[in-house]
Design a protein around this ligand. Structure first.
Ligand SMILES: *Cc1c(COP(=O)(O)O)cnc(C)c1O
Ligand code: SF4
Length: 457
């Protein structure tokens, strides 16, 4: 017992030694005493249904505990009562209070999960690439230029975002069979699809992988040296959740060496960094990590969804973009929350999201206006809200594609009936009495014919 206690103390005094915090060890967290009994119980209840994991960096260096539970970074990783619908919360609370069996609790949890739309936006069915009539494992291909690679070992994160649309994977109701242990499928695919210029390595968070594992994907790609591959992107939240990955982790230096090897081949390396709140840009650790990454020749681009209770103010966004530009990052996307999980807790009407976007965009210099959005990653493509307008006496909402399953759809303005409450594309109706949006018929035809991005190349 003594040795266990002393090791916990030693760990907590070393801020750069990673420690996951979950339901199992949360009571050992000194800060948990600052929560009320009800708040602690709510964490217990909600985390039976939705995934919960945070870590010592988030808890000690990012969360402002004076403001918890309303603190945005607290809300980012800690479950809260209203993230479940009341009936679901009460059902689960009752089971826990009455000391129901593990099986009963799991049963109820799975039933509730199925009501939370675990598979939004056709990601699984329609983006699986086919080569020589076989699906290529671990890849998704939706937009012509860019293939997504899902490494098996990168399908978790240093902490879980409470709004994450990949939550079904983290609670084990989606298996990870679609992910891959190697790069061979990707390499063959690149040979057959000369129009693909970008590979986006994604997860979860591929930066949870040890460098040794990460190299197992990168080395074969660099060795094969596909001439069409110009850019490697890595989607990661590690700068926000565990910047020590790039500074003091045992294999941080080797990781930066891999980055250098990539840029030395003449390719562009883009770190697609997920930041939700300006505070994530403020610690000495994230500043140092940013500098080290940039020294390798990599560029850092940034993206985040807009979420009620976390970053639904123009000030938060303007500050993020200004700070990112100052640190040498390129603001890239503002996303709209997908219809899944705790959506009711985070969702913002599209019109409101656009107001926040515009008001933040107005406040930053042109170098911050590389950002685009608010954008929905919807079935037909990435659809951005251009804003309300009046056309021929009718109030409408103007939209456009930033990416489309058919590239020809991109950058055409189109119009929906003005709707102040709609939170997603499927809640919008075409304006001017039209039956369908211009892309809908073709989208159905493409699905019926099994056309994916790759099959057209
Ligand atoms: C966003 C996205 C990409 C990348 O799109 P860019 O506009 O090039 O950043 C690629 N594939 C999928 C499935 C995406 O959602
Ligand atoms: S970092 Fe990304 S994948 Fe990981 S929990 Fe957050 S949103 Fe989900």
């Amino acid at each position: 017992m003594t040795s266990l206690l002393s090791s916990v103390t030693a760990e907590s005094t070393n801020p750069s030694k990673y420690r996951a915090i979950t339901l199992h060890n949360i009571s050992s967290l000194p800060q948990s005493e600052r929560l009320t009994k009800d708040q602690r119980f709510a964490i217990d209840v909600v985390s039976r249904v939705l995934p919960f994991k945070t870590n010592n960096y988030v808890v000690n260096e990012l969360i402002n505990w004076d403001e918890a539970p309303d603190d945005p970074i607290f809300t980012l990783t800690f479950p809260q009562k209203h993230m479940l619908q009341e009936e679901h919360f009460n059902e689960m609370a009752k089971l826990i209070s009455s000391e129901a069996s593990r099986a009963e609790i799991d049963d109820a949890a799975n039933r509730i999960r199925m009501t939370l739309n675990p598979h939004p936006a056709g990601q699984l069915e329609h983006n699986v690439p086919v080569l020589y009539e076989e699906t290529v494992e671990g890849l998704q291909h939706k937009y012509e230029e860019t293939v997504l690679l899902f490494p098996s070992n990168g399908q978790t994160c240093h902490a879980y975002c409470t709004f994450c649309f990949r939550w079904p994977q983290f609670v084990g109701i989606d298996d990870l069979k679609f992910a891959t242990k190697q790069a061979q499928g990707l390499i063959s695919y690149l040979k057959q699809r000369p129009r693909v210029s970008d590979v986006l390595i994604t997860g979860g968070d591929p930066m949870v992988m040890k460098t040794r594992r990460f190299k197992q994907y990168i080395d074969p790609i660099l060795e094969d040296d596909p001439p069409n591959l110009r850019t490697i992107r890595i989607g990661t939240k590690a700068l926000g959740y565990w910047p020590y990955r790039f500074t003091t982790d045992d294999d941080a230096e080797e990781l930066l060496d891999v980055f250098r090897q990539i840029t030395a081949t003449g390719r562009h390396l883009s770190i697609m960094a997920h930041f939700n709140h300006p505070r994530e840009l403020s610690t000495p650790a994230v500043r140092e990590a940013t500098e080290r990454i940039r020294e390798t020749g990599a560029q850092i681009r940034t993206q985040s969804p807009i979420m009620r209770n976390i970053n639904d103010s123009p000030e938060a966004w303007a500050e993020m973009w200004r700070e990112q530009v100052r640190l040498g990052m390129v603001p890239y996307y503002m996303f709209v929350a997908r219809d899944t999980g705790a959506k009711h807790f985070f969702e913002i009407p599209l019109v409101r999201a656009w107001e926040i976007f515009r008001s933040a965009y107005n406040q930053v210099s042109g170098l911050g206006r590389t950002v685009r959005g608010p954008s929905m990653s919807a079935e037909p493509g990435k659809v951005s809200v251009l804003g309300p307008a009046e056309v021929a006496g009718q109030k409408v909402l103007a939209l456009t594609f930033l990416q489309g399953r058919n590239p020809d759809w991109v950058s055409r303005p189109f119009f929906a009936q003005y709707d102040e409450t709609a939170t997603w594309l499927n809640e919008l109706r075409p304006a001017f009495g039209e039956e369908k949006f211009f892309f809908e018929e073709e989208l159905e035809q493409r699905y019926a014919a099994g056309i994916t991005a790759g099959s057209e190349n």
